[in-house]
Ligand binder design. Structure first.
Ligand code: PAF
Length: 289
């Protein structure tokens, strides 16, 4: 595995592989890698000759009172995991490569609407930071394919829309969430959970599953899903979590479903101690006979 830090070296290496007619798959990460990330690397390999992963903890996607400073940074372990996963190139840029004119002065990329709901409502500016850094990374790496986890469902949609709006010739691939045996979605932020909190964290997925079961039997009612969502938030609170939202939306645009919508997703975010957990579950409703 080649490790690259500079823009110039990245450009040279990409050009070399393009001359050899290689397809390039890109997996952007913020490091502190787990089995979920390794799954993304394997998916990337299915699409390309060269797999390029990046590690960059992007300051622009953290709010002023969020965990940018505390975000777990484990570069040595990450390198070993990427090497073992067969990654060809690890790109580890610093701020000067990503934001050459300084992070405050650099051009922003924003996908309005979708960036302002759900997690975007609780984390103002977060998806602008994500869209900005992913656009910049796409511009540096120029991949054919880019791979993202579906755990960050809203992020995946923001990136798809951003890429479409700029007509970027990049196929965006979403990969299923990898879970612990009790259902907890793997996340770097799970390390913030205290030992006593860890078993409670699995309640997030348990509640998503019970909501999915309810709406499969109920379908979309005229009143929508407000009562189901409120009941689910109540269950999370009763289990000791601090729910931010539980929301049933359409997969394609995260709008509230209306009669006839069948491809839905239940999304939830909740605090448990220092960790803000997010998760989601896609639901396909059967056609009404
Ligand atoms: O999902 C992440 O790890 C980050 O949001 C991403 C896509 C690497 C952008 O910083």
């Amino acid at each position: 595995m080649i490790v690259i830090q500079s823009h110039a070296e990245l450009t040279r290496e990409i050009a070399r592989r393009r001359t050899a007619r290689q397809r390039i798959a890109f997996v952007p990460t913020m490091g502190n890698l787990h089995r979920g990330h390794v799954q993304l690397m394997h998916e990337a390999r299915r699409h390309a000759d060269t797999v390029l992963a990046s590690i960059y903890v992007n300051p622009l996607q953290f709010g002023p009172r969020e965990d940018f400073a505390a975000y777990p940074r484990t570069p040595e372990q990450d390198r070993a995991q990427l090497e073992a996963a067969g990654v060809d190139i690890l790109f580890m840029p610093d701020d000067t490569v990503i934001y050459p004119r300084g992070r405050d002065a650099s051009t922003r990329v924003e996908v309005p609407g979708i960036s302002d709901i759900l997690c975007g409502a609780s984390r103002p500016g977060h998806f602008r930071g994500v869209a900005t850094v992913v656009h910049r990374l796409f511009q540096l790496v120029t991949p054919d394919v880019a791979v993202f986890g579906k755990k960050d469902y809203q992020q995946l949609l923001v990136i798809r829309l951003m890429s479409g709006d700029f007509n970027l010739p990049i196929e965006i691939v979403g990969v299923e969430t990898v879970r612990e045996p009790d259902g907890l979605a793997l996340s770097s932020r799970n390390s913030y959970l205290a030992a006593a909190e860890r078993p409670l964290a699995a309640q997030l997925y348990a509640v998503l599953r019970s909501v999915a079961d309810q709406i499969r039997t109920q379908g979309v009612t005229g009143a929508g899903y407000a009562a189901v969502e409120a009941e689910a938030s109540g269950k999370l609170a009763a289990a000791g979590l601090r729910p931010d939202y539980v929301s049933i939306r359409r997969q394609q645009d995260l709008a509230a479903p209306v009669a006839g919508d069948r491809q839905l997703v239940v999304l939830a975010a909740a605090w448990l101690g220092k960790a803000r957990l997010i998760d989601n579950l896609e639901v396909e409703l059967k056609p009404v006979p």
